[in-house]
Ligand binder design. Sequence first.
Ligand code: TYD
Length: 199
Amino acid sequence: MFVAFEGIDGSGKSSVLERTASILQERGVSTWTTREPTEGLNMSKELELDRSFGGALEQFFLFTADRIRHSGEIKEKSGKFSVILTDRHLLSSLAYQGTVLSVYMGGLENTVEWMMQVSRYVAPLPDMTIILEVPVELAIRRISHRKDLTGFEEKEFLRRVDGAYRSISFSGVERIDGSGTIDSVADACSTMIMERIRK
Ligand code: TYD
């Protein structure tokens, strides 16, 4: 089973993912964790900060190309592990790049449809995509102490990305309240995954 963890920066998804992986392992479910962007992706700071139509398109195709390679690795690991957890996947592109592209492409719904069409043969959709929802102000407070903020983490932009995460839905999307402790949120995530495995 292939599960993506999603949410805005500061939603706590990386910590929750690690904790969820530990819980699953403790319950005897072999689990492999991974992330996007992969280490192979080199995006310039200048491009990260680019909010023009061309900039967002270039970002989308770079993240998509990165996802092609990543999906090969995921396919290989799926023969060895029962569960694969990835920190970000297609929904990150839909939410982050989709937010910018939607201004030029007739709204978010049209944009997401186009991005999903382009991505159709790139990588299989996760069986489950868990969005960790936290109030955007809390997420911003959590990341404001970080020194190495990426160009995707500017406040106003994150507010718009949060709106996109709240409105996009496709097969396998689940939402979990991410404002509790890491342990309680990971508990909810692992329960949801275990329930799906048993089906
Ligand atoms: P992130 O998970 O925040 O990494 P880190 O915890 O190391 O900062 O991911 C890096 C940034 O990449 C994040 O701000 C969101 C952005 N991103 C996109 O805009 N589109 C994508 O398709 C992906 C995979 C990531």
